[in-house]
Structure formats: structure tokens, C-alpha cells
Design a protein around this ligand. Sequence first.
Ligand SMILES: Cc1cc2nc3c(=O)[nH]c(=O)nc-3n(C[C@H](O)[C@H](O)[C@H](O)COP(=O)(O)OP(=O)(O)OC[C@H]3O[C@@H](n4cnc5c(N)ncnc54)[C@H](O)[C@@H]3O)c2cc1C
Ligand SMILES: Cc1cc2nc3c(=O)[nH]c(=O)nc-3n(C[C@H](O)[C@H](O)[C@H](O)COP(=O)(O)O)c2cc1C
Ligand code: SF4
Length: 652
Amino acid sequence: MTKYTRLFAPGKIGRMELKNRIIFAPCGTHYSTMDGLVSEQQRTYYAERAKGGAGLLIIEGASCRKIGKPGRILVNEDKYIPYLKKLADVIHENGAKAVMQMSSHRGSTDEVDPASPSGMPHPFAGSASSHIIPLHPRVITPADLEQLIEEYGEAARRVMEAGFDGVMLHGANGYLPCELLSRRFNKRTDAYGGDLKGRAKFLLDMIKISREKTAPDFPVLLRLMGSDRVAKPGDDGWGIQDCVELCKLVEAAGVTSVDITSGSQETPDWTGPAWYMPPGLNVDVTTAIKKAGVKIPISVVGKIADPALAEEILTDGKADFISMARALICDPYWPKKVLEGKTDDICPCIYDKRCLEDVIVEFQPMSCTTNPLVGHEKEYAIKMERLTKKKKVLVLGGGPGGIQAAITAAQKGHDVTLFEKSDKLGGQLILAAVPPDKQDLNNYLKYLKIQLAKSDVKVKLNTEATPAAVAKFAPDSVIVAVGSTPFIPEIDGIDGKNVITCQDVLSGQKKPGQKVIVLGGGYVGCETCFYLAKKGIEVTLVFRSAEAAHDIHYWVVRKHYLDKLKEMNIKVMQGVQYRDITAKGLNLTDKDGKAVFLEADTVILAAGATPNKALGEALKGKYLEFAQIGDCVEPRRIREAVEEGIWAAAAI
Ligand SMILES: Cc1cc2nc3c(=O)[nH]c(=O)nc-3n(C[C@H](O)[C@H](O)[C@H](O)COP(=O)(O)OP(=O)(O)OC[C@H]3O[C@@H](n4cnc5c(N)ncnc54)[C@H](O)[C@@H]3O)c2cc1C
Ligand SMILES: Cc1cc2nc3c(=O)[nH]c(=O)nc-3n(C[C@H](O)[C@H](O)[C@H](O)COP(=O)(O)O)c2cc1C
Ligand code: SF4
């Protein structure tokens, strides 16, 4: 019997009966074919999430418009109905209900036809994500809006004919419906502007036509922006109270339920909250909606991955359903595992937003750091079934890549041993979790360690792999995962006693003075600054490139790094050339060519990493099955190490 009785209580969204309160929130995957068809990869991905136990799956925003978008599911012509039906069927066969989210127009950031309510550009105009955000969107006309409504209605009909249990209208994430709702973006004086009813006309028309083109009781769900998280009470943005009033309007207009997210494209920290944002961050909105007496079911999304938090939200009546996106990307079996009390086996999300980087920034198929199998479920199953002979597998290095490789090889039935030269498992992941707000990484390391402990892998700590030790062990297969070491730049004085690495600092092995220079402006350098500044140490960050955190995309999290450097009063000097390090500090040439001396007690290096290639080079060619994975190939990030680890092991 589960203690999460509310979470696993059946619930109803209109005529749709759900076996529990867990909804898989819509997530664009870019797994469709380039012609907009639901691919086999996509069906397997959704089937897996249905098998995992969620009551309802909301399928990613499909395109209803005549002008389609490659990589998206298309619902703009009847010819797509059979493909959509196959998707609805596979979800039903695996025990969940299926609703299709329908996206229409992204307003000022639309890739195909940038247009906004009053021709106002997006605040990020000129910057790039999957495309350059235009500086001059056109003013959307009433005829355009009417055509979009018509397209929406037809798409809703197709979704119903394909056997889906409902449609979800997309009125969130800052897209056109949100720009129309916002007084800041909508200065129109026609029927689509003015008071809330006018600004909501497009949404209300979407609801009306979806009803007309489907059936009176066909579930029409609506996703809304709970607040743009910019507006202050009384100003011209979109605040919580505006959303409460809108919920009353859409309820009266016949919408079946409302799903609440928040943030606009201007505030991506809210639409896709990263590790430094709080859990359950949209519950403030749903609490206000429930208090205002809205009767239709309300669901809430946003960093809800802890079953206790989900249960509390439901018990306190702050929402009726819990929507989860990334928790179920990382582990589609989250619901089943919670129900069976196997929470230690849940692969956690670390909220690093690399999935969003793929989909929104790179326009690539979605991948996930902690779950490298996402979108590759079928390929993996085939590889794992293919075991010809039990082999003696030796994994060298106990960082995330090595641990994952060892677990996978053991799951495949091999006899696996892991050598780790230090006295603990985790590699650089241990240090990665030290800077402020990054403790989600500890959950991931804990998960990896638990899975390793549950496997049959023989772990040998304090065991350095050398060519001789490996030869003595006589393995059939070797996976080298020995990571990287800090890169030491060639600067006069770099050998001085006052020079240490960020790894020395974050591991607590060396103590810096009260006034320090961090040399290297990538995200690791920035995080080291945050760590030190939080301890009250005076920090100056110096680096050669033009902007701090250049190795992280702005739309994803770089803005956070830049804001935090300011907020924590960290002095930043970019575009510098290093001259030499003395016992008293650092001589450099600043970006204007001026010689500058920066006084400091300690110079802390965060200048990147060098792959540990020697062992791999020495072992290469000596073993029939041999792979090198992760940072020892090239220093990158956790995702690459884990992904390469899993596939190297699955191939044995
Ligand atoms: C401060 C910091 C913050 C970071 N933050 C992030 C982040 O937020 N997100 C992200 O994705 N990445 C982050 N990274 C990078 C990430 O940690 C690495 O990319 C990742 O850990 C690489 O994994 P790996 O398994 O390839 O190697 P490692 O993690 O380096 O593990 C290698 C292991 O091999 C062991 N080893 C070495 N030589 C031998 C030998 N001869 N015999 C036996 N064992 C040996 C080492 O002791 C170590 O345990 C961060 C890195 C640092 C330093
Ligand atoms: C890769 C990815 C793609 C997304 N695509 C969509 C989408 O198509 N439509 C939408 O309304 N929200 C989309 N979202 C937002 C999620 O539905 C969800 O609101 C957000 O991730 C916060 O919830 P979480 O913390 O549970 O992940 C996407 C999120 C991710 C991570
Ligand atoms: S890529 Fe990162 S944020 Fe996205 S689902 Fe995976 S772990 Fe979570």
C-alpha cells in the first residue's frame, strides 16, 4: 500500500478517467520525421512513458498550421490521421490516456512568420536560438488570427478522429496567445485588444472552435502562463491575478481543465526551471486559482519530482493533478517505482536543461544527461538482448561514465570489475556538486552508487589501472573511463605556492586566501567564484574570451551566470592576456591593451581540462573489445561520459 494515496487516486478530466494524478507534460522531442510524421522512435518513446505508469500523456506541441515546421508532429492535413492513430493506440495499449497538445504560432519569435499583436519585437530580438529572433515582426492581422483559429479547429477534429482522448490548447511559454494576453505586447484597439476579454479573444475562439469541431464533451485542455514572472502588481505584464481572472473566463467558455506553467520566452528560468530554481515553483499560481473558486481540474507543472511534494500539493488542495516533464524524461517508470516504494531506483533529473538545449537551441533530437536511453529505447533493448558469451569486463575509472558502463555491462550479464584509483566513486561529479545550488548532482551520484551496489559489479577502490595491472587481470573487454586532469596554462610563475586549481578548492584540499583571482571564465570558473564569494572571499574573475560562461548557451542558463556574477559583486575582467604570476598577484594586459597588476593572496586555475589519454594509448590494440569513453577522450560533460559508457557496454 503506497503512502502517496492522493497521487495514486483515480481522477477525472471531463469524461476522461485517469488511473492516477500523474500527467506527462508536453515535451518537444524532434523525433518526428522531417515530413512531420510520428516516427517509430517517437512511438517507442511514448509507449515507454505509458508503460511507466503515468495516467495521462500529453503529446508534444504539434503544428496545426498550413505552414509546417520540420521536426514537429504535423496535424495540419487529414493524411496525418493514420500516423496519429498509431501513436494514440500504442499509448492506450500501454495503459495511459493520450491528449495531443497543439501549438499554433510563436508570435514575435515564430520561425516561419514572426508576427506580434502590435508589431513589438521580443525583448531578446537579434539573439539566436534555433533561429535568429527577428527585430521587426509584422503586426498580426484579424484575418491571420481567424485563419489560425480555423486551422486549430480542423486540427482538433483530426486529433479526435485519430482516437486521442482530448486536445490541449497551447496558451503558454510566451507564444502568440501570451503576447495577445499581455498588456505590454498588446496595444491593439480592435476586437483582439483592450480589456481581458478582448486580449483573450484568440484563446476563447480557440476553445469555441475546438468544441464545435469535436464533440460537446470532448476534453479540451488548456495550458496557460500563470504569470510572465516579470510583471509586478499593477503594471502592464501578465501576473497571477490576471491568470486567475482568465481561468474564470475559460471555465465559462467550456474548457475542461487548465494546466499551469509560468514564464514567457523572456523568462526561460521559469518555463524550464534549472537547478537553481525552487521545486514546485508554480504552485503559487494554482493555489490562487483554486482559492478563487475555479471548479474545473487544475494541474501544475515545474520541478515536481519528489513524490512527497506532489502528495502535499494534492492533499492541500493546491492542484488536482501533477504534471511532470523532465522527471519522466529521466525515468519514465517514476510512477511505477513510487507506487512500489522503489524510489531509490528512480533516475533523477539534475535540471541542467541539456534536453532543452537540444530542442530549442540546437533544433536537434532530444537527449538527456541522466537517461542516455531517451529516444533510443528500442535500439538499446535490441543491443541488450544480443549476448553471445559471458565476458570478463574491466572498467577503468569510477566517474559517472565508468559507473554507468559497469552497471550496463553487468545488466547485460557479463562478469564486471571496476578499478578506481582513489578511495571513492564519482570522479569529477563529486566536485561538480559542490558549488552553490548544484546539490541535485549529489542525488544523481547517489543513484549511480545505489545501482552499482545493487549490481554484480566488483568494485576495487584504491586500485590504479596500469597496463601491467590490466594485463595481469586478463580481461576479455576493457572500457577506459579515466577522465581528465586540470589544464595548467603556460604562464610565468604558474608553479608558485600561491597558485592552486579550482579542483583543489572545491575538494577542500587547499584553502585559498581572503582575496583571490580565478583564472578562466567558463562555467566551472564562474561556479568556483560563486562558491568562494558565498564564503565571503573577495573574488576577481579574469579570462581571455569575450564573455563569461561562454561554454553555456544564453537561452539555457548563461544569463543566470552573468546575473549571479553581478549579484555577488564579483569583479569580472574579460578579454585579457595573462603576463605573469608573482607571489603578490597577477600581471595582465586588459582588453584595452593596458598593463594591470591585480593583487591577490591566491590565484585559482579554472582553465579547462586535459584528457588522460596515456592509459588508453597504452592499452589500445591489446584487447579484442576496447573502448574509451567520457572525458579521457575529450573533456566534455556528464551527458557525454554516461552516454558513451552505456553504449560501449551495451555493445559488448
Ligand atoms: C567543478 C566542476 C564542475 C562541473 N560541473 C558539471 C556540470 O554541472 N554538468 C556537467 O555535465 N559536467 C560538469 N562537469 C564535468 C563533468 O564532471 C565531467 O565531464 C564528467 O565527470 C566526466 O566523467 P568521466 O567518467 O569521463 O570522468 P571523471 O569524472 O573524471 O572520472 C574519472 C575517474 O577515473 C579515475 N581514474 C583516473 N585514472 C585512473 C586510473 N589509472 N585507474 C583507475 N582509476 C582512475 C579518477 O579517479 C576518477 O574517479 C564539471 C566538472 C568540474 C571539475
Ligand atoms: C525538452 C523539452 C521540450 C518541451 N516542449 C514543450 C512543448 O512542446 N510544449 C509545452 O507546452 N511545453 C514544453 N516544455 C515544457 C514542459 O512541458 C514543462 O512545462 C517544463 O519542462 C517544466 O516542467 P518540469 O520541471 O517537470 O520539467 C518542454 C520542456 C522540455 C524539457
Ligand atoms: S537533460 Fe538534464 S534537465 Fe533535461 S531531463 Fe535530462 S537531466 Fe533533466
